[in-house]
Design a binder for this molecule. Structure first.
Ligand SMILES: Nc1nc(=O)c2c([nH]1)NC[C@@H]1CN(c3ccc(C(=O)N[C@@H](CCC(=O)O)C(=O)O)cc3)C=[N+]21
Length: 312
């Protein structure tokens, strides 16, 4: 049109900056590799992560495989305990007791979900708190509630800690911000609320869930949205406050009814990037950070065991 000068900036669609979990996880792994070298050279110990996998769910197998690859990359020994789907509670608890006693195992995880006939809470409580690499033992979650949980004393849950690291490492400050966490699960939403409201982060947190009746109003006010509900595509661009920071945590396997092909889908629609200021992709966002924080928990457990204070 005559008289109007269009610049590239005006015509190009706005796109959020990337909260790149692959890059941040790579940086964290490089830092951990150095600390692992110190543990080996100066203290004569090699950190070891064990995984307990019950049954043959393909998704669980692929996650556990990824964790062992991560360990190899940074110099952590890894130990696999793959157990039959029909294992009894008693037999599984025997394996837990063995891992608690095994000096080669610095930390370990029991891959969730467990088959329905097993008592998950009883298994998680049986893990020695100092070997709890997931940070999900009641003692460690209790320390988080009591706000005596920092890397010096006990592990933090991996996904919430990974989310905080992803924000902090990109220079994002949350003091006084309205953070909307969607999902009250024990591994993400509930502990994340506790982590974000500590003085170091100082955010104002709203924890929404399936009983929430005013999600649109909450979204319109949210400076930061963490979607960890497990409903594919539930968050759309038009619902967000312009400039919001968006973290997509949910993962759902979606099977196309026509092709039968299965893909992973996050809770956030891709077009949200046109409204958000920062957005974590899925995959490539919080998932790799969760895995990096698992490694961090194992390294920190090893450091504590020889009297080094992690983070000191
Ligand atoms: N005791 C226990 N601890 C867990 O931490 C735990 C668990 N059980 N059960 C299952 C969930 C799920 N979870 C993921 C971690 C990383 C990715 C991840 O790295 N995802 C990649 C994509 C991987 C892919 O393509 O399959 C990404 O987001 O880029 C995914 C999922 C940990 N979990």
């Amino acid at each position: 049109m005559e008289g109007s000068v269009e610049t590239a900036e005006e015509t190009a669609p706005a796109t959020a900056q990337l909260l790149d979990g692959i890059q941040a996880a790579k940086d964290i792994k490089a830092e951990l590799a150095e600390r692992i070298q110190v543990l080996k050279d100066e203290h004569g110990i090699t950190p070891g992560l064990a995984t307990v996998l019950v049954g043959d769910d393909p998704a669980s197998h692929s996650y556990v495989g990824g964790k062992h690859k991560d360990c190899a990359q940074v110099g952590i020994n890894s130990i696999r305990r793959d157990l039959p789907a029909d294992i009894s509670q008693e037999e599984l608890e025997k394996v837990i007791d063995e891992l608690n006693e095994d000096p080669a195992v610095t930390g370990y995880i029991v891959q969730l979900p467990l088959p329905k006939h097993l008592d998950t809470n009883a298994v998680l409580e049986r893990i020695a708190p100092e070997k709890d690499a997931d940070g999900l033992h009641p003692v460690n979650l209790g320390r988080l509630v009591l706000n005596v949980s920092d890397p010096m004393t006990s592990p933090l849950p991996c996904t919430p800690h990974g989310i905080v690291q992803l924000l902090v490492r990109n220079g994002l400050v949350l003091t006084g911000k309205n953070v909307l966490v969607i999902g009250r699960g024990v591994t993400v939403g509930r502990p994340l609320g506790l982590l974000l409201t500590r003085r170091q982060i100082n955010a104002t947190v709203t924890l929404a869930h399936t009983g929430t009746v005013n999600l649109p109003e909450l979204l319109a006010e949210a400076d930061v949205v963490v979607a960890a509900a497990g409903f594919p595509g539930m968050i759309k661009a038009a619902e967000l406050k312009p400039g919001a920071i968006v973290l997509d945590v949910g993962v759902t396997r979606v099977t196309d009814p026509e092709t039968g092909k299965t893909t992973l889908s996050g809770d956030v629609e891709k077009d949200a990037a046109s409204v958000a200021s920062w957005m974590s992709p899925n995959p490539g966002g919080v998932g790799p950070m969760t895995r990096a924080m698992l490694l961090a928990n194992v390294v920190e457990a090893a450091e504590r065991s020889v009297g080094i204070l992690p983070g000191a």
